[in-house]
Design a protein around this ligand. Sequence first.
Ligand code: ZN
Length: 265
Amino acid sequence: MIKIAIDAGHGLNTPGKRAPSGEREWMFNNKVALAVISRLHTFQNVQLLRLDDPTGTVDVELKTRTNRANAWRADVLISIHHNAYLGVWGPHGGIETYTLPGASQQSRDLAAVVQPLVVKAMGLCDRGNKTLNLHMLRESKMPAILIEGGFMDSTTDIVALLNEQKLKKQGEAIATGLAVYLNLKPKVDVSTAVIYKYGDTGPAIGTLQKNFNRLGYKLVVDQSFGPLVLAVVKDFQKHNGLAVDGYIGPLTQAKIKEKLELQKV
Ligand SMILES: [Zn+2]
């Protein structure tokens, strides 16, 4: 079981933590956290612990947050924030993912996976991976990152922050990053599972051939699952930690989707 601690920064009524137009930082953080949680529930063997007050009423002390994550023995911790520069509207903006100075390689790997995915999801500037001595990163005993998913006092970023779909995408991007980093396997719904196999034909096979080509293979898009497709499927499975059975089932489909998502970055 993989344990993931999720922290939406601050509380609803924390003084100062708001956009010049009055929106509270926690509201943004919470929406992203909810999307992270909802996406992570689609993976197998995941346990989640939320470190902030999910109602926003209490701004849970930072020490309480890290103590809980440590006592629970979380495998990883993510803290979700949104930035402010001077608290007045300005042209600055962008996404940053923080690790502790001198952080473990695992923390840095996780940050490196998550940052570009969040940039892509929000469509904002990439300010890169940064280090800072922050409580949530310093006092947690597991790999930990803190994401600043845009500036609340940026005239460009606020447009994305007020877009519910973008915040949802940001959360899904963070979850995708966690899934890649932790090698999570999607849950399989057998009632709706479609499995493509040798001998199948049709538009769906054409789409699969195009997708494999986007991943670097060179298949003729003839909508037919022949021996060359079979060889590609097995090669793909072999290089992605999947059972090499030549069937394109839900796990192989999910891995193709994940690879395509990563490639878009
Ligand atoms: Zn914050």
